[in-house]
Design a protein around this ligand. Structure first.
Ligand SMILES: [Zn+2]
Ligand SMILES: [Zn+2]
Length: 141
C-alpha cells in the first residue's frame, strides 16, 4: 500500500504514521502536518532535520493490518534539556518507532542514545548539546 515517508540526508527512509491517525483517508492528498511541526531525528544517523510538506514522499510500503495495526508507525515527541547547567533550555524533537513501542521503552532508548551522543545536530536555543537527563516522552501520532 502507498504510505507517506520522509528521507533523511543519509538515505534512510522514515515511514510516517498513517492509518492510525487518519482512518478514513487513504490517498496521497493528506499531509501529516502535525509530524512536521518539529525536527525529526533519523534512527540511522541521528541527524535531526526540519521537513516540510514537500519533503513527504508517497511510496509502496508494508500493508497495515486494520485490526492489529501491524507495521503501523508511532510518532513521539521527545524532550530533554541541554547539558549547560545555568541554561537548561528544552530540546525537543520527533522520533518514529514501530507501533507497538510504549513510552517507557522510548524514554529508555532515547536516554541511552543521548548518553552516546547520538543526536549530533540537536541543540538548545543557545547552541548547547543535549544532556543526559531522563527525557519526557509523549505520543503525537
Ligand atoms: Zn539519517
Ligand atoms: Zn542551553
Amino acid at each position: 500500500m502507498i504510505r507517506p515517508s520522509l528521507t533523511c540526508e543519509c538515505g534512510c527512509r522514515m515511514w510516517l504514521p498513517y492509518r492510525k491517525s487518519q482512518p478514513a483517508v487513504s490517498e496521497p492528498g493528506w499531509v501529516p502536518k502535525e509530524f512536521l511541526s518539529r525536527e525529526m531525528a533519523c534512527p540511522e544517523c541521528g541527524r535531526a532535520s526540519a521537513y516540510g510538506v514537500r519533503d513527504v514522499r508517497w511510496a509502496e510500503g508494508a500493508e497495515i493490518d486494520p485490526v492489529t495495526g501491524g507495521d503501523e508507525v508511532s510518532c513521539w515527541f521527545v524532550e530533554t534539556v541541554c547539558n549547560e547547567q545555568r541554561c537548561e533550555l528544552p530540546i525537543g524533537f520527533h522520533w518514529l518507532t514501530g507501533g507497538h513501542s510504549g513510552p517507557e521503552e522510548i524514554r529508555f532508548r532515547t536516554l541511552r542514545l543521548f548518553e552516546r551522543g547520538f543526536f549530533k545536530s540537536l541543540l538548545c536555543g543557545r547552541g548547547h548539546p543535549p544532556g543526559t537527563r531522563v527525557p519526557t516522552v509523549r505520543r503525537v501520532g
